[in-house]
Design a protein around this ligand. Structure first.
Ligand code: MN
Length: 229
């Protein structure tokens, strides 16, 4: 008894100040979780409960990487986000119980092929191909919760070639980390190994080949990626 092909490698993310890494099971993302970004995308931040989409687990790319400009787009966008890494899970979790499932936090970027996402929205089709492409989930080192606590405030920023493009504060999140996890756990089972990208502040915009992108979250961590050709 065995596999008919070699099993695919386990996607993983490095842990800060450790030689161990975090194995990735699933990647979930939250849409429109900062009021100003919801407005810039044409939504109403007051009326919408959190909604979710997924990326493949092997879309993670470690900080300090150069990643290729993805195919089939002329409008690759950056979205800097707080990423939650789970060490446990469950269903129908309360926000408090959900926070007990957190292993740690990282800074990440939800890369988006905005033109493909907009076309899909207009056609009433799934967004998948605008969001869940290869190397679409850059991430910094994961910092354990023993180091970060559960960050509820702190500056979240993204710079492109040294110029500030996105600037917000974690306290501007419409749904807190506990709320996000509680909502998601009513829709799917959460498990150890899950990563959740929790939404982006305003200022999303295009990236071009050669751009150097720095994301940072006060009290959590940072990441740096370069867009190749
Ligand atoms: Mn996003």
């Amino acid at each position: 008894m065995g596999f008919v092909i070699p099993p695919p490698p386990q996607p993983a993310v490095l842990i800060a100040a450790s030689r161990d890494s975090f194995p990735v099971r699933r990647i979930w993302c939250v849409g429109r979780n900062y009021a100003a970004h919801a407005r810039e995308m044409g939504g109403d931040p007051n009326r919408e409960p959190p909604f979710f989409f997924a990326k493949p687990s092997d879309a993670v790319v470690m900080t300090e990487s150069t990643l290729p400009y993805p195919p089939a787009t002329e409008n690759l966008h950056h979205e800097v986000e707080l990423v939650v890494a789970l060490k446990a899970g469950g269903t129908d979790l309360s926000p408090e119980a959900a926070l007990d499932c957190v292993f740690g936090y990282a800074a990440g970027i939800d890369l988006t092929r905005r033109d493909l996402q907009e076309q899909a929205k207009k056609a009433g089709r799934p967004w998948e191909i605008g969001k869940g492409f290869d190397a679409s989930a850059p991430i910094g080192l994961i910092h354990p919760v023993s180091e970060t606590g559960h960050p509820a405030s702190g500056a979240i920023r993204l710079m492109v070639n040294g110029q500030l493009r996105q600037s917000g504060d974690l306290s501007d999140m419409i749904w807190s980390v506990g709320d996000v996890l509680a909502h998601l756990s009513k829709l799917v089972r959460l498990e150890a190994g899950d990563l959740i990208y929790t939404g982006t502040p305003e200022g999303v915009g295009p990236l071009h080949p050669g751009d150097v992108v720095n994301g940072e979250i006060e009290g959590v961590g940072s990441l740096k990626i370069t867009i190749g050709s």
